[in-house]
Write a new protein. Structure first.
Length: 466
């Protein structure tokens, strides 16, 4: 790598790190926020979903924004906005203010991750690009380990507020590195931003999520519930129509004509919905129900992350050799069995016998699933459209988590007590197993070049008889 390329890679890693770090911190500090600011389960749902609504609805348009205004400019704006929102969260006087600041964080996060990857792809080529993306992935994965632990340590020893201020340091360093880089922004000609599509998507997701979260308080018969729900559904339908007719759609519907792409995204919605549900329910219950400190609750799921770090590349290689279908079938089913093992959670609580066995089986299943799932989806689309295909899949996973967390009160019966966490584990297992079944029925292994050549040169049955 040249000095400039090393600088680019450092900027891309740090800019993405702040978004990943915040996303992994929040579940661990939710009980501490509730103790100080109040709000109950609904407020906890909104703290998570306010971020996911803006992130999920804007991440698709972020690529166009980068093309129009320049990647470096967009990263700089995203960093400043994320830093300001993080400080606002840390200073929140009440839960409503915190939720609003989380929504602003989601907007900033939507600008950071796609622009960071685009910065790498525009500065690296060939094998160097693959290595740079691999380094970016490995370094940002550290946030999956560090985020919950940092959040737990602050919540236990100082205040949950400091967990959000931790982002300010990498943001400041990244802004300095951007200044040192000194690159001029490259702006694409002929690219337009679909503002109407972004608004329709945001209104659609927001209306549906509002109804799902607030129905537990107001009831489905309240106009304050069914009107936003109907409006959200209509807005999202309008978004889909807009994507069909727009010259440069945020969500190219033609991608969904590819079997592995649409099937893989259905599986993604089911699997990542289950992962979000499992992480939220377990992280909150271990503190509010089992009485663990936030740090220990954060460490409870660390085995899953370590298994993914150690074995994901090996699973990816095996998937390339044998095809993704087998792994996408058995992986989610094994993870579902792991979720069911967590039904052992009971009073009196014992992590080693009630949680760890389920965590290990769950982690094995997730490790077998994630890399093959990504390769099946992106491998089904031509490389020229891999960027938008990746963005769509990322958005699907975020929206799946958004919807499942919005439905949490319905799933757990209104409270994350022992019965509630059991219901969450059953629902998580059902989603995972269904994801495995969808993969088995829909995913097709790609035909390797040597297999295709062998098929083309082999004599047909009729020719053999002649």
């Amino acid at each position: 790598m040249t000095k400039e390329q090393r600088l680019v890679l450092a900027i891309a890693i740090l800019a993405s790190l702040v978004s990943f770090l915040d996303g992994t911190i929040v579940n661990v500090v939710l009980p501490a926020i509730r103790r100080e600011l109040g709000g109950g389960l609904e407020a906890q749902q909104w703290i998570v979903d306010a971020y996911l609504i803006t992130l999920g609805s804007l991440i698709l348009v972020a690529g166009s924004v980068s093309d129009v205004y320049g990647r470096i400019t967009v990263i700089r704006v995203g960093l400043v906005a994320f830093g300001v929102a993080s400080l606002a969260i840390a200073l929140s006087p009440n839960v409503e203010f915190l939720i609003a600041a989380r929504a602003v964080q989601g907007i900033a996060g939507a600008l950071l991750v796609p622009s960071s990857l685009a910065l790498i792809t525009s500065n690296f080529r060939g094998p160097a690009q693959a290595k740079a993306i691999g380094t970016w992935t490995g370094m940002t994965t550290i946030a999956m380990i560090a985020g919950p632990v940092i959040g737990g340590l602050f919540a236990d020893n100082l205040s949950w507020r400091y967990a959000f201020v931790i982002n300010v340091l990498p943001i400041a360093v990244t802004l300095v590195l951007l200044k040192l880089l000194g690159q001029k922004d490259v702006r694409e000609e002929g690219v337009s931003i679909d503002y109407l599509g972004a608004v329709l998507c945001g209104l659609g997701l927001g209306g549906v999520v509002f109804a799902l979260i607030e129905q537990s308080t107001l009831g489905w018969g309240s106009p304050a519930i069914y009107l936003p729900l109907a409006g959200g559904i209509l807005a999202f339908a309008g978004f889909l129509v807009r994507q069909r007719v727009h010259r440069n759609p945020m969500l190219p519907l033609s991608l969904f004509r590819v079997r592995n792409f649409w099937t893989g995204n259905v599986a993604t919605a089911l699997i990542y919905g289950a992962l979000s549900l499992n992480g939220f329910a377990l992280g909150v219950y271990l503190q509010q129900g089992a009485g663990l400190k936030a740090t220990w609750a954060a460490l409870a799921s660390i085995p899953v992350t370590f298994m993914m770090i150690l074995f994901s590349s090996r699973v990816g290689a095996l998937s390339g050799r044998f095809g993704p279908r087998l792994f996408m079938t058995i992986g989610p089913i094994i993870a579902g069995l792991g979720a069911l093992l967590m039904l052992l959670i009971n009073h009196p609580f014992n992590y080693w016998w009630q949680v760890l066995p389920g965590i290990l089986v769950f982690g094995l299943g997730v490790t077998l699933t994630v890399s093959p799932l990504t390769s099946a989806i992106l491998g089904s689309i031509e490389t020229s459209r891999s960027g938008i295909a990746s963005a769509v899949n990322n958005a699907v996973s975020r929206v799946a988590g958004l919807i499942v967390i919005a439905m949490l009160a319905v799933i757990v019966g209104g409270s994350l007590d022992l019965n509630g966490v059991h219901r969450a584990m059953i629902a998580s297992a059902a989603l995972l197993i269904l994801g495995g079944i969808v993969s088995f029925l829909g995913i097709r292994n790609p035909v390797h070049e040597k297999d295709a050549a062998a098929t083309a040169t082999a004599p047909s049955a009729g020719a053999a008889e002649q």
